[in-house]
Design a binder for this molecule. Structure first.
Ligand code: FUL
Length: 501
C-alpha cells in the first residue's frame, strides 16, 4: 500500500514539475517602454490648460514684459469655478501658466517683484497658484504647472544669472504647492522684449543656454511623479502643431539625439519615430479659442462641438493625450460661452461612448500564447486593464473575433495595446460579418496606448480585428465597440478622415 502511495506521489509531483516547466512566460518588453509615471499620465487622456495672467487684462497674446503689475486685477477670481467646470467637462487635471513669456508671476515669488504681490489684486496678498492647486484638490483633479523659460521682463534674461533665477522659481513651485502631475516647458523664444528696460532682441542658443538636463533633475528630485513636457521630452513631446491633431500613425517613440526644447526635429513630432530610442509620447495642445489667453474679441470664435470632437478623435483617438486650453476672462472666471461649450462637448462625448457593446462578450482568437489561458482572447473584453491577449513570440499577426450575441449596430472601435510591454502593432484592420460575408470597415496603422476608429454604422453579428503587422508578438489588453448616435459626418459626406482614421 505504502509503495502504491509513494508511486502516486512521485507521478503527481513529476506532473506538477512538468506543468510548471511548461508554463508560458509573458512576452518580454519590446523596445523602449514607458516609466510608471508615464503610464499614469497616459491614463489621464484629457485634461485642461489654463492660460491666465497679465495678458488676460491687456488683450495681448504675448506680453512684452513691461505692463504694470497693477494691470493684473481679477475682481472675482474663482479657481474653484475653473476646477468645477473642468471636472464636469470630464477633464482629469489642469495646468496653469504660473508665468508666461511676459514674466509676470501668479504667485508671490521671493525672487522677483514682478508678481501678484505688487498688484492691486487682494492688496498684494493673493496667490493664484495656491488657490489653483487647492481648487484642483477639492475637485479631484491633478494640478500641473507651466513656467515659461523665456522671460521678456527679466533684466538678466540671456545671462547665466537667469538660469539660477528660473531654477529658483521652479523649486518654489515644486516645493510649496503639493503634488504636481506635469511641468510644461514651452519652447517659444521670440527674441524681443522689455528685459528690465533694455528693450532689445536677445537671442539664446537653445542647445546650451538652459542646460536642460540639470533643470530636469530638479523636477525629478522634487516631484518624482511629475512628467515633463517639451519639444524634446523627457517624458512628453509637443505634437508639432497647435490644432490638437496627432498623425493617424503615431509612435510613442522618439530619437532624442540632437534635439532640444525649442529645437525639435519637426519630422517626428506628430507621428513619433518608429525606431526612436526613448518612450516620449505626444501631447496635443490646443485652445478652445483662436488665442491662448482670453480676449473678448474672440467670443464668437469659440470652437464648435463638431470641431472639438474632431480634435478628440485626432488626439486621444490617435494615441496622444489632449490638453484643451480654456482661458478664464478678466473677471477671473471661465466665461459662460466657454463653460456652455465644454458642457455640450462632454454631452457629445458621453453619447459617442455610451455603452461598450464588447464588454464581457465572447471573443475568439486565431491563436493565443502557449495555449495558456492567461493570454486568452477574452482578456480584451473583460474590462481589466492589466489582462491581455498575446500570441507566441514567433506569431506577429492574428485575428480577434468578438461575437455580439445578435445583430448590433456598430460605428466606433477603441483599441489599446498593453504599453507596459512596448508599442508593437504597425497595422491592422477591422471587419464586420454582414450577411455571412466579412466586410472591411476601417484600416489603421499604429495603436499604442489608445486608438479609436470611426466608420459608417454597420449592422453585424461579429466584429473581427486583424493585426496585419507588428514589430513583435501583439499584446492587446482592451477593445471596446460603440454605436455613436449619429453619423452626421458621413451622411453629409463630411467624413473627417479619408480612411476613417
Ligand atoms: C506656445 C506659447 O508661445 C503660447 O503663448 C502658448 O503658451 C502655447 C501653449 O505655447 O509656445
Amino acid at each position: 500500500m505504502k509503495k502504491i502511495l509513494l508511486g502516486f506521489a512521485i507521478i503527481f509531483s513529476s506532473l506538477l514539475l512538468i506543468s510548471f516547466s511548461l508554463k508560458t512566460d509573458p512576452p518580454k518588453p519590446y523596445g523602449p517602454v514607458p516609466s510608471e509615471r508615464q503610464i499614469k499620465h497616459h491614463k489621464m487622456e484629457y485634461y485642461g490648460f489654463i492660460h491666465f495672467g497679465m495678458n488676460t487684462f491687456t488683450g495681448k497674446q504675448w506680453g512684452y514684459g513691461d505692463d504694470s503689475p497693477d494691470t493684473f486685477n481679477p475682481k472675482h477670481l474663482d479657481c474653484r469655478q475653473w476646477a468645477k467646470v473642468a471636472k464636469e467637462a470630464g477633464m482629469t487635471g489642469l495646468i496653469l501658466t504660473a508665468k508666461h513669456h511676459d514674466g509676470f508671476c501668479l504667485w508671490p515669488s521671493k525672487y522677483t517683484d514682478y508678481s501678484v504681490k505688487n498688484s492691486k489684486w487682494k492688496n498684494g496678498k493673493g496667490d493664484v497658484v495656491k488657490e489653483f492647486v487647492e481648487a484642483c484638490k477639492e475637485y479631484g483633479l491633478k494640478a500641473g504647472i507651466y513656467l515659461s523659460p523665456w522671460d521678456r521682463h527679466s533684466a538678466v534674461y540671456g545671462t547665466p544669472e537667469y538660469i539660477t533665477y528660473y531654477r529658483n522659481q521652479l523649486r518654489e513651485l515644486l516645493t510649496n504647492y503639493g503634488d504636481i502631475f506635469e511641468v510644461w516647458f514651452d519652447g517659444a523664444n521670440g527674441g524681443t522684449g522689455y528685459y528690465g528696460g533694455k528693450k532689445k532682441k536677445i537671442k539664446i542658443d537653445n542647445k546650451t543656454y538652459y542646460d536642460w538636463p540639470n533643470t530636469w533633475k530638479i523636477v525629478r528630485e522634487l516631484q518624482p511623479g511629475a512628467v515633463m513636457f517639451s519639444d524634446a521630452g523627457p517624458d512628453l513631446r509637443w505634437v508639432g502643431n497647435e490644432n490638437g491633431y496627432a498623425d493617424a500613425i503615431n509612435w510613442c517613440l522618439l530619437d532624442t539625439v540632437g534635439i532640444y526644447p525649442g529645437m525639435p526635429n519637426h519630422k517626428f513630432l506628430s507621428k513619433g519615430n518608429e525606431y526612436g530610442n526613448k518612450w516620449i509620447p505626444a501631447e496635443c495642445d490646443v485652445s478652445i479659442r483662436p488665442g491662448w489667453f482670453y480676449d473678448k474679441k474672440q467670443n464668437k470664435k469659440v470652437k464648435s462641438v463638431e470641431h472639438l470632437l474632431k480634435i478628440y478623435y485626432r488626439s486621444v483617438g490617435r494615441n496622444s493625450c489632449l490638453i484643451l486650453n480654456v482661458p478664464p476672462d478678466e473677471t477671473g472666471k471661465i466665461n459662460k460661452i466657454d463653460v456652455d461649450r465644454l458642457k455640450e462637448f462632454k454631452t457629445a462625448l458621453d453619447k459617442e461612448f455610451k455603452t461598450n457593446l464588447a464588454l464581457n462578450k465572447n471573443v475568439s482568437a486565431s491563436s493565443y500564447r502557449g495555449d495558456d489561458s492567461r493570454f486568452k482572447a477574452s482578456n480584451i473584453t473583460d474590462g481589466d486593464y492589466d489582462s491581455y491577449w498575446a500570441t507566441d513570440d514567433s506569431v506577429k499577426t492574428g485575428s480577434l473575433t468578438i461575437e455580439l450575441g445578435g445583430e448590433t449596430e456598430v460605428n466606433r472601435v477603441v483599441l489599446q495595446e498593453y504599453i507596459k510591454l512596448g508599442q508593437r502593432v504597425d497595422s491592422f484592420n477591422i471587419e464586420a460579418l454582414v450577411n455571412g460575408n466579412w466586410e472591411l470597415q476601417a484600416y489603421g496603422g499604429t495603436i499604442g496606448y489608445k486608438r479609436i476608429l470611426k466608420f459608417p454604422t454597420v449592422k453585424t453579428l461579429k466584429i473581427r480585428i486583424n493585426i496585419l503587422k507588428a514589430k513583435a508578438c501583439p499584446v492587446i489588453n482592451n477593445i471596446e465597440l460603440y454605436h455613436a448616435p449619429d453619423d452626421a459626418y458621413y451622411s453629409k459626406g463630411l467624413n473627417m478622415d479619408h480612411s476613417y482614421n
